[in-house]
Design a protein around this ligand. Structure first.
Ligand SMILES: [Zn+2]
Length: 317
């Protein structure tokens, strides 16, 4: 769909005319009437049909769709009018053919992140209960779902297809809605080249148990904070909160496994070590409790490729 068609399908002619003329319409039967025609200034002759999305004036015979209205009202050519209409409706004009698919993910990450930064209660939860610093939350672009991603992406001009491909918008019986429910925390995951490839969530109220299906995960996106593999020393931890906590404590290159370590993750680690001429160091920093220690032993066994294992004896806090 081109920009003309798409913006027409999304913008409402009634709202736009009311906005531009700064006047209220009156409903009369099937149509909405403006007191005064914006073109001929005559009274009681200008009607808007919201259902069919067109306007006409019985006095001066001006008529047409939303594009015609903007073009005539501002005396613009077709393309200038399109730009004007896009401004008025917060529509992001796009060239679909050369659009980078990662743009939508960047927009989504920034949208979720802004939600968290502007929600005092839940930002406080991250800072006081989870004891994360604003700096780490910003660096990792931790976000918050509000259930209104669909509205945001549609306003931005992303097509239904583009939205569905992220997995973050679902459609059922022709109704589109967000996959993540309101008030879950969202953790964007990046590939080593800093492109976003996956999202995980945490629900502090424990109502929402689902994660985004792996079907939507970039196949190369395996860890949380994967760009840290660009260094020679990394610290492997269990989950997203552990990554943030160690970053808060001043550690760098902290990477989260997020769940039981997978075959793909082991393969990635093996290649990371073996395909480099430089020495690589992996620190394992799992929970200092029984399950954590068992997990450490398990991961050490799994890292059976050419690794020298050293155990730090001192137990911390
Ligand atoms: Zn008129």
């Amino acid at each position: 769909m081109d920009n003309f068609k798409e913006i027409k399908s999304k913008a409402d002619i009634l709202n736009v005319i009311e906005q531009i003329t700064k006047s209220k319409t009156k409903k009369q039967g099937e149509t909405f009437n403006l007191e005064c025609c914006p073109f001929c200034q005559h009274k009681d002759c200008f009607k808007i049909n919201q259902k069919e999305q067109y306007f006409n004036c019985f006095s001066c015979s001006s008529k047409g769709d939303i594009h015609n209205f903007v073009q005539n009202f501002y005396q613009l050519d077709k393309y200038e009018a399109l730009k004007k209409l896009a401004e008025l409706t917060n529509y992001q004009l796009s060239n679909h053919s050369d659009k980078n698919p990662s743009n939508i993910l960047i927009d989504i990450v920034e949208y979720y992140h802004k939600n968290l930064m502007t929600n005092k209660t839940l930002l406080d939860f991250q800072i006081k209960q989870r004891t994360h610093s604003i700096k780490s939350l910003k660096l990792m672009r931790v976000g918050l779902a509000t259930g209104r991603l669909r509205t945001y992406l549609t306003k931005k001009g992303y097509s239904d297809k583009e939205q569905l491909e992220t997995g973050l918008i679902k459609s059922k019986d022709g109704i589109y809605k967000d996959f993540f429910i309101k008030d879950v925390f969202v953790y964007p995951h990046k590939l080593s080249n800093n492109i976003y490839g996956h999202f995980t969530i945490k629900d502090h109220s424990k109502k929402f148990q689902y994660q985004l299906s792996n079907e939507y995960r970039n196949v190369e996106c395996l860890f949380y904070n994967q760009p840290a593999f660009n260094n020679n020393e990394i610290i492997l931890v269990e989950g997203e909160n552990d990554v943030l906590s160690l970053m808060d404590a001043g550690f760098k290159n902290v990477i989260g496994i997020c769940g039981q370590i997978s075959e793909k993750q082991l393969k990635y680690l093996e290649q990371w070590v073996s395909e480099s001429k430089e020495q690589k160091t992996i620190y394992l920093s799992f929970d200092n409790d029984d399950p954590g220690r068992t997990y450490t032993e398990k991961v050490i066994k799994l890292l059976e490729f050419d690794c020298y294992v050293d155990r730090l004896q001192k137990e911390l806090g």
